[in-house]
Write a protein that binds this ligand. Structure first.
Ligand SMILES: NC(=O)c1ccc[n+]([C@@H]2O[C@H](COP(=O)([O-])OP(=O)(O)OC[C@H]3O[C@@H](n4cnc5c(N)ncnc54)[C@H](O)[C@@H]3O)[C@@H](O)[C@H]2O)c1
Length: 251
């Protein structure tokens, strides 16, 4: 028996580096995965890849910084099999800057994408999970939300808020057997990380040297953790913030 047979999972940012790995992992283990991304072509490519390798997936384009789009996404996902078992709030953006250099727009957009989306998507999905008697939500925070890296005040603050949001939600909905946890990745090799590396003038090899494990992480390694937290193997995990960093301490 695969861990997610008969289950329906929504993965936001499913067209991106970590999100596509999560979508593939959940589908490999039997879930019907709703691959959602604002980049429709990327979501379709991931969903088609899953179907081609024998899994089940549908692509749904949504800009999750928009409240109505969040509710519409959840309703469409529910209409597939009249259930939603797993929500992975993975989509995120990383706008660089300290307090004085960051634009107002970057501050507000960071909150809209990284935090408000979770507020809306969780409000949309929780009634279905409560009716179904169980559910698992995995939010993507960041190591930087717990230990801030310099010059990323908007990103770090939104990710700290994701951690607090996760713990609050877990306290409130544990009695209904909805498990809400967050992953806090360190440096993971994705398009977001490559863009940051390019901006800073560093190389991947430079980042590898910052990690005591000797290298940065792979999206599949985060996907394995997310799958564990979403699965019935993690039945007593609720309100946890799980770091996955290769023992890196932010300098
Ligand atoms: N890569 C890292 O080192 C790292 C470390 C810690 C946390 N994270 C977090 O992991 C998550 C995934 O990041 P990634 O590295 O895979 O980045 P990525 O850029 O490869 O993927 C992010 C995806 O989110 C989508 N997205 C962005 N804004 C959206 C919106 N408004 N609506 C819908 N989709 C939207 C993008 O289109 C993209 O496909 C993010 O929350 C990020 O903050 C990444």
């Amino acid at each position: 028996m695969k861990r997610f047979e008969q289950k329906v999972a929504i993965v936001t940012g499913g067209g991106g580096g970590i999100g596509s790995a999560i979508a593939r992992r959940l589908a490999d283990e039997g879930a019907l995965v709703v691959v959602s991304d604002m980049k429709e072509a990327a979501a379709i490519e991931v969903a088609e890849g899953i179907e081609a390798s024998g899994g089940s997936a549908v692509a749904l384009a949504a800009d999750i910084s928009n409240k109505d789009a969040c509710f519409a996404l959840v309703q469409k996902a529910f209409s597939e099999r009249k259930r939603i078992d797993i929500l992975v709030n993975n989509a995120g953006i990383n706008r660089r800057g300290d307090l004085l250099s960051l634009s107002d727009d970057d501050w507000h957009t960071s909150f809209a994408v990284n935090l408000d989306s979770m507020f809306h998507l969780c409000r949309a999905v929780l009634p279905y999970m409560i009716d179904g008697g169980s559910g698992a939500i995995v939010n993507t925070a960041s190591q930087w939300g717990l230990h801030p890296a310099p010059n990323h005040i908007a990103y770090n603050t939104t990710k700290a808020a994701v951690a607090a949001f996760t713990q609050n939600l877990a306290r409130d909905y544990a009695p209904q057997k909805i498990r809400i946890n967050a992953v806090c990745p360190g440096e993971i090799h994705t398009p977001m990380l490559e863009a940051g590396v390019k901006r800073s003038g560093r190389t991947i090899a430079d980042l590898d040297r910052l990690v005591p494990f000797g290298r940065i992480g792979k999206p599949e390694e985060v996907a394995a953790l997310v799958a564990f937290l979403a699965s019935d193997e993690a039945t007593f995990m609720c309100g946890s913030l799980v770091e996955i960093t290769g023992a890196q301490a932010v300098a």
